[in-house]
Each structure stands twice: as structure tokens, then as C-alpha cells.
Design a protein around this ligand. Structure first.
Ligand SMILES: Nc1nc2c(c(=O)[nH]1)N[C@H]1C(S)=C(S)[C@@H](COP(=O)(O)OP(=O)(O)OC[C@H]3O[C@@H](n4cnc5c(=O)[nH]c(N)nc54)[C@H](O)[C@@H]3O)O[C@H]1N2
Ligand SMILES: Nc1nc2c(c(=O)[nH]1)N[C@H]1C(S)=C(S)[C@@H](COP(=O)(O)OP(=O)(O)OC[C@H]3O[C@@H](n4cnc5c(=O)[nH]c(N)nc54)[C@H](O)[C@@H]3O)O[C@H]1N2
Ligand code: SF4
Ligand SMILES: [Mo]
Length: 743
């Protein structure tokens, strides 16, 4: 008998509602379920193919693995592995203190709600500051801006409320990356843009590529990468020159306007236009629209954060938003005040914390935490640093840090110095292959889950709870079970809490003290999480399609106490801008034959390292092509599918070229997370090449967030041999770098 089961997709934070056909404990197919979801009926291609993904299209791990004396990974009973890991961790902590243990929280961990929260509880009980996640190799520039400028507690305007909205370096139509991180609604993103534009909203995009999102743009500026700081300094320059900035907002909530004036004065639109190679009229027009807008949003995706001047780019984008007063104000209606935790919003500035200047600090570099996390690009160096407190054990939840941080020639040997590397994953990825233990964990449809990461992300109040759609295979662990079991073995008392970004775990008063002997029941944990919910947990249980609560309208309230002020131009930002001004027109890295800049790009059918083996990805993207502007292809004498070597100052990869007229000249666009960690020499068999081989963890890291250069990497492109026969690799099999061959 075929049964239709309501649940939700957990591939990305959109958490789209779905209905799954199940026959005899096996899932057959998924359909979008628009019966209650605020997105209506919507599933993207990854949601639709998530059943095939679940059913083992990509080599599901059904048993945990342990590295044996012969150095090979072999199956092990989960309980035996947990005993051994628990004992090893206990010995390490006794000898070196809790700081020697680190965790890495990957993109697979964000929707593993109980797993992620139990990981937080474990880290708090252990007392290690070494929490790493993908957020610090993603858009941690936003966290730096918060730490240096402060934040408006009321949040930025929602897309549908805006009359002018600007997004720099993001492509939500593909990535479903939405508010509060970027300008979009995460599920059914086109609908949000269509509704906003029907209300008269003008959309501005700043992106070297005419992205899929550009379909909804009124103005597209296509700069060379790495010039956002200059472009947004020029926009600020015009706002101040023309007197179109929001005086009321700035006078009430901001410090440092004079310093802004001084810092942006030299950044004329002409200078920015020349550097970024865009028409000056476009910068003037963007500034005019933003200045005229009554409700404005200016923000970014990953592009500016991945590029040169990561932190300054983001600060200048946020500065433009502040000059336009682009935040919700007292009296504004909150579209989604949260369902599981309804939060009042106040028009109030929270002063900058400059958290990275305080304890705890990194050992290998002069920086500290951002929103309670250490910069992930420093993880390898924090393992190898000559210091008694160095990291000796690493537990990875739903991530592939070796692929994610790039520069495998540096990172892989560093990871070898760990005494213990444990990965929790349903698949064996590049990091897993080097681990001491890989714990086979459950997949989303086998878990109890509640819509926590979605709670504030949905465009309207909505909540959903799901029981497992199918049972997890025998021997497979839930992510949360691992941390509970390890804590029990290490004698650490665990308190389970509803943690969220911006909170310090120890400051959260309510918690559920867990017994070390009686394994908690996952449904009770979810019930605990819903204890402050606007929809009682029993209603969520009764309505597996989700609940849209009828709530009284929530409005932003005036500040209850005297708040802080936003610091628009701290001295370090002014210094960074002055240094950018001194740079030669044209990136020095791009001389000496490195005439192109490699930019980042995401694809609809894959999610970072996941779904690579899905039928759609294999058919459409057998490898990660190097896309180029057709004129650049002609100049290099290249035709579609020619094999090319893309070489940076730090490594080289071989792939096939493809013409794409969406790209501006001078850039090459490739996707990350394809192929093995280090190419074997046969890119067709590898299924693509890891662009991380072109990046560096030792040169050109940004200050403060220590972002490696993931976009705007200076590269040269040269044709390589006959199809399928690349002539030479410059990164050797063992991951060490050799000299890049000349063109
Ligand atoms: N389908 C799918 N969805 C995903 C993911 C996925 O892999 N696949 N990954 C998820 C993750 S982990 C994240 S972080 C989000 C990211 O979400 P987005 O930030 O929307 O990611 P991208 O689509 O890579 O968009 C980055 C854009 O920046 C542009 N860009 C590159 N360099 C620069 C620059 O210097 N300046 C400017 N202005 N633009 C630049 C690129 O051309 C690209 O269009 O997506 C999430 N969603
Ligand atoms: N060159 C370059 N480097 C980049 C980027 C880039 O654009 N260019 N992007 C950066 C960004 S923004 C990010 S976020 C990182 C991504 O880096 P990571 O998140 O570290 O990489 P993924 O390959 O997505 O790893 C996710 C893993 O989680 C597993 N997984 C999925 N669901 C679950 C689950 O429920 N439980 C468990 N235990 N595991 C699960 C998957 O099988 C997969 O192995 O890469 C960064 N690195
Ligand atoms: S947008 Fe995200 S949550 Fe929605 S179907 Fe696609 S992958 Fe799943
Ligand atoms: Mo990310």
C-alpha cells in the first residue's frame, strides 16, 4: 500500500513542505505540499531528487568505520567506536585540557536540529572555545561588520516591504539563500521578487555574472570582482554629495558621519567605475535610486565576502544600508516575529562588541571569536601551531572541512597531525577518508525534526514538526545520539537548550538536564524546544503539514532602554579604505600573465558537496566546467569543451571550458566541491576538479575573519593537449604544491 506522508525538505534552510509517497517502508517520490506552507507548493530540483539521494544514489554509509592497524578504514560496531572515541577524548582532555578538542559544524549540520543543538551542549559542557563552522568561511564578513559597526535590533527591511532593494554577489534564485542573510525569500524565491516588483520595488544587482536572479533586476551592475568596497564607498559618496542620505536615521542612531565623509570623499563614482570596469552612470543611478528610496535594503551574498577586502566590502555595503536607514523602524509590521520563539523587535542600536579583540583568542593568528566561533580557515594552523593548547582532536558534524577550507597542500598534512579525527556523516567524503572514525549517521527523513532554522526565515509565521518518514537502518546513529553518548562516556553533564545565533549558551536560562544513563527520547527533545511556541506542540503533532498560527500583528516597538549607536566608520575601517585607495588601478596579482579572475558560483542541482552523484548533476555537469565570456574564449582560441588548465599563484586544475555570455569579460566562473581533494590526473574520471587547489591558506588571508580568497582569484587559462589528455598537473598527488607550469 502506498501511503502519503507529510514532512519537510531539510537540504537547505528553506525547509519546503513536502509529501512523500512511501511503500513498505521505502520512499518512492516527493511532491511539493502547498496546503499550509507560506511558500505555497514549491520544491526545487534538489527537493525533488532528495528521495533518490536518500535511497542511496551516493553510496550511503550503513556502517560506521574505524581505521585499523593496517591504516585502512573498516566497519566497526557503533557502540565499540563510541567507547573508543569517548576514552580517547577523555585521555586527551585530561592530559591537555578541553581546548585540545575542536568541533566543525558543516552545512549538513544546520538542518540536523537535535544534532546541532546537542553539539552545542557538548561543547558548552566540555568548555572548549574551538567551535568552527562553515559560517566563518562563508559570510563571516557580516559578523565582522556587526562586531565593528553594531546592529539594529529591529533587523533589515524585508524584500516585500522595500521600494529599492540591492543585492551584491548573491544568486538566491539558485541558492535559496534568503532573509535574514540575504535579500530574498528562501523558498519559491521568484514569487517574493515578483510580489515586491508588483509593489513597485526596484531591484539592483551587483554581480560579475548576469545571474538567474537578474531576471528580476531593474539594474544590473557587472563589475570585476573584489571592488565592492570601492563601489559602495562611491555610492556613499554620492548619497552624501547629493544630500539624499537619511538624516533622521543617522542622527538618531549613528556615530561617525564626519569620518564617513572624509573616508569616502576620494572614492568618486569615476574612480570606482574605472577600477570595477563598469559605466559610471550605473553607480550614479544605483545611488540615486537608493537615495530616493523610502524603504531600502542593501546587502550581500557570498561574493563580496569571498573576494579581496572581504570585511571592508561588507562594511561599506552595510554602511550604504545605514545611510539609507534600511532597517525596520518603530511601528513597522513584522512579517514573521517567529513561531516557536516569538520575539518582540525594538528600534534600537546594539553597540559594536569588537568580539575578535577579546578572549578567547586564536593561537596561530592575532584574532578571536566572531559570534562565538573561531575562523575556520585557521583550523589547520590551530592544529599545527607549536603551543601546548593546540587542537589535537576534531569532531566533524555534517561537513567536509578539507574540501571547504581549500589549499589541500597545506590543510591535509595539518589534519594528519591530529591525534583523533571523527566525522559524523551519512557518506564518506574527502575528510572522512582521512578520519580515524566515520560514524554512520541518519539522514533527514529518518529523523524527528522541528522547523527551528526556518522559524524566523519563513516569510510569515509557520512551524512544522516531523517524525521519521522511514526508520533509520540498524546500526546507524542519530547525530544527537553521538554527542550524548560521548558526553556520558566522558562524564560530562549535558544540558540541552534552545540555542540560537547571538545567544551565549551559558546565558540561556531554560535547559533540559539530560541523564547520562537514560537515552533521551527525540520527540521529548522537540517538545522541549516547542515549550515557548505560539503553536502548542500537540497541534504540531496533529498537523504534520505544518501550522500557520493566527497571530495578532506584531509591530516594531520603540527602544525600551537607551541603546547604543552604530559606529559607521571605525578607525580600522577608515585605514582599510585608505589602503584600498592606494592600490594600483588593477589588482597586482592579475599582472604577470594572470589576466583572469576566477569567481565563485553555485549550481541549482547540487548543494556544496551533496548531490554530486545525482542523475541530474551527472547529466548536466559531468565536471565543473570553467565558464568564460565568449570573447575571452575566442581570444584564447578556445571552443566549448576544450580542455584547459586554470592556474593560480597557488595551484592548477584541469577542466573543460564553456562559453557563457552571462559572464562579463575577464572572469572565469567555476563551482567548488567537485572532484577529489587533489586531482588524480584524469579530470574526466575525477568528475571535475577541486577549485580549492587554487586557493591558499598561507597567503592573502583577510585580517580579522581570516577569509581565504575564494573569489576574484588571479588565474591564467591555457589550452591543454587533446580532449581528455591534460598535459601536466602542478599540484602533486600527495597534495604538496609544485611549481605551476608556464603557459
Ligand atoms: N543550489 C544550491 N544552493 C545553495 C548552495 C549550493 O551549493 N547549491 N550552497 C549554500 C551555501 S553554503 C551558501 S553560503 C549560499 C550562498 O548563496 P549565494 O551567495 O547566493 O551564492 P552564489 O550563487 O555562489 O552567489 C555568489 C555570487 O557572487 C558573485 N560574485 C563573485 N565574486 C564577486 C564579487 O567580488 N563581488 C560581487 N558583487 N559579486 C561577486 C558570483 O558571480 C555569484 O553570482 O547558498 C546556499 N544554497
Ligand atoms: N573554493 C571554494 N571553497 C568554498 C566555497 C566556495 O564557494 N568556493 N564555499 C564555502 C562555503 S559558503 C561553505 S558553506 C563550505 C561548505 O563546506 P561543508 O559544509 O564542510 O561541505 P559539504 O561538502 O557541503 O559537507 C556537508 C556534508 O554533510 C553531510 N550531511 C548532509 N546532511 C547531513 C546530516 O543530516 N547529518 C550529518 N551528520 N551529515 C550530513 C553530507 O553528506 C556532506 O558530506 O565550503 C566553503 N568553501
Ligand atoms: S529550496 Fe531547499 S528546502 Fe526547498 S526543496 Fe530546495 S533544497 Fe529543499
Ligand atoms: Mo556556505
Amino acid at each position: 500500500m502506498i501511503e502519503a506522508v507529510k514532512t519537510f525538505c531539510r537540504n537547505c534552510s528553506a525547509l519546503c513542505a513536502m509529501e512523500i509517497e512511501v511503500e513498505d517502508g521505502r520512499m518512492l517520490r516527493a511532491r511539493p505540499d502547498g496546503s499550509v506552507s507560506p511558500y505555497g507548493a514549491y520544491l526545487c530540483p534538489k527537493g525533488l531528487s532528495s528521495i533518490a539521494f536518500h535511497n542511496g544514489a551516493e553510496d550511503r554509509l550503513l556502517q560506521s568505520l574505524a581505521r585499523g592497524p593496517d591504516g585502512e578504514l573498516a566497519p566497526v560496531e557503533a557502540e565499540v567506536a563510541l567507547d573508543a572515541i569517548g576514552a580517547r577524548l577523555k585521555t586527551l582532555v585530561e592530559a591537555h585540557g578541553p581546548r585540545c578538542v575542536a568541533v566543525y559544524h558543516g552545512t549538513g549540520a544546520y538542518r540536523s536540529v537535535l544534532g546541532g543543538l546537542m553539539e552545542r551542549a557538548f561543547v558548552a559542557a566540555l568548555g572548549t572555545p574551538n567551535f568552527f563552522s562553515t559560517m566563518t568561511i562563508d559570510q563571516s564578513a557580516k559578523w565582522v561588520t556587526m562586531a565593528r559597526m553594531g546592529v539594529m535590533a529591529s533587523g533589515k527591511n524585508a524584500l516585500r516591504d522595500c521600494d529599492v532593494a540591492l543585492l551584491a554577489g548573491g544568486n538566491p534564485l539558485v541558492t535559496h539563500q534568503g532573509a535574514p542573510f540575504a535579500l530574498a525569500e528562501s523558498g519559491a524565491p521568484s514569487r517574493g521578487f515578483e510580489a515586491a516588483r508588483a509593489n513597485g520595488c526596484k531591484v539592483i544587482l551587483v554581480d560579475p555574472r548576469r545571474t538567474e536572479t537578474a531576471r528580476h533586476a531593474d539594474l544590473l551592475i557587472q563589475p570585476l570582482p573584489g571592488h565592492d568596497a570601492a563601489i559602495f564607498a562611491a555610492i556613499a559618496h554620492v548619497l552624501l554629495r547629493d544630500g539624499t542620505w537619511d538624516r533622521g536615521f543617522v542622527e538618531t542612531w549613528c556615530n561617525g558621519l564626519d569620518a564617513v565623509r572624509a573616508a569616502v570623499a576620494p572614492f568618486t563614482p569615476e574612480l570606482a567605475a574605472r577600477r570595477a570596469d563598469v559605466p559610471v552612470e550605473q553607480i550614479e543611478l544605483a545611488a540615486r535610486w537608493l537615495g530616493e528610496g523610502r524603504r531600502v535594503y542593501a546587502g550581500s551574498g557570498t561574493g563580496p565576502s569571498f573576494s579581496a577586502h572581504s570585511n571592508t566590502n561588507d562594511h561599506m555595503i552595510e554602511l550604504v544600508n545605514a545611510l539609507c536607514g534600511g532597517y525596520r523602524r518603530a511601528g513597522d509590521r513584522m512579517r514573521n516575529p517567529g513561531t516557536l520563539r516569538t520575539r518582540p523587535a525594538f528600534e534600537m542600536a546594539v553597540a559594536p562588541t569588537r568580539s575578535f579583540e577579546h578572549e578567547p583568542r586564536c593561537l596561530s593568528a592575532d584574532t578571536g571569536q566572531l559570534l562565538g566561533e573561531m575562523p575556520s580557515a585557521l583550523l589547520p594552523a590551530e592544529i599545527t601551531v607549536d603551543h601546548p593548547d593546540r587542537i589535537r582532536a576534531l569532531i566533524v558534524l555534517g561537513g567536509d572541512p578539507l574540501m571547504a577550507v581549500g589549499d589541500p597542500g597545506f590543510a591535509a598534512p595539518a589534519f594528519e597531525q591530529l591525534d583523533l579525527l571523527v566525522c559524523l556523516d551519512a557518506r564518506l567524503n574527502a575528510t572522512g577518508r582521512t578520519a580515524d572514525y566515520v560514524l554512520a549517521t541518519s539522514q533527514p527523513f529518518e529523523r524527528h525534526e522541528i522547523s527551528i532554522p526556518g522559524d524566523a526565515l519563513y516569510p510569515e509565521p509557520f512551524a512544522q514538526y516531523t517524525r521519521p518518514v522511514v526508520a533509520k537502518p540498524v546500526g546507524v546513529l542519530d547525530d544527537w545520539e553521538v554527542y550524548w553518548a560521548l558526553a556520558a562516556r566522558m562524564g560530562l553533564p549535558l544540558t540541552f537548550k534552545f540555542w540560537n545565533y547571538g545567544l551565549r549558551f551559558e546565558d540561556i536560562p531554560e535547559g533540559l538536564a539530560l541523564s547520562p544513563t537514560e537515552k533521551p527520547d527525540p520527540e521529548s527533545l522537540c517538545r522541549f524546544l516547542a515549550s515557548g511556541s505560539a503553536v502548542p506542540f500537540d497541534d504540531l503533532l496533529a498537523c504534520p503539514q505544518g501550522v500557520r498560527p493566527t497571530m495578532a500583528d506584531h509591530f516594531v516597538q520603540p527602544a525600551p532602554i537607551a541603546g547604543g549607536r552604530l559606529e559607521l566608520m571605525p578607525v580600522d575601517v577608515a585605514r582599510e579604505l585608505a589602503a584600498i585607495l592606494q592600490e594600483e588601478d588593477g589588482d597586482a596579482q592579475c599582472s604577470a600573465g594572470f589576466r583572469y579572475r576566477l569567481i565563485s558560483r553555485r549550481v541549482l542541482h547540487a548543494l556544496n558537496g551533496a548531490f554530486r552523484g545525482s542523475e541530474q548533476v551527472r547529466r548536466r555537469l559531468p565536471i565543473n566546467y570553467a565558464y568564460m565570456n565568449p570573447a575571452d574564449m575566442a581570444r584564447e582560441g578556445l571552443a566549448d569543451d576544450d580542455w584547459v588548465e586554470i592556474a593560480s599563484h597557488d595551484g592548477a586544475v584541469v577542466t573543460q571550458a564553456r562559453a557563457e555570455d552571462r559572464l562579463r569579460p575577464g572572469v572565469v566562473s567555476m563551482t567548488h566541491m567537485f572532484g577529489p581533494l587533489v586531482s588524480t590526473g584524469d579530470p574526466a574520471a575525477d568528475g571535475g576538479a577541486n577549485v580549492g587547489q587554487l586557493t591558499s591558506l598561507t597567503r592573502g588571508l583577510e585580517p580579522i575573519n581570516f577569509m581565504p580568497r575564494f573569489s576574484g582569484i588571479a588565474v591564467r587559462v591555457c589550452r591543454r593537449g587533446l580532449a581528455g589528455k591534460p598535459t601536466r598537473f602542478s599540484v602533486q598527488q600527495d597534495g604538496r604544491k609544485a611549481t605551476t607550469p608556464g603557459p
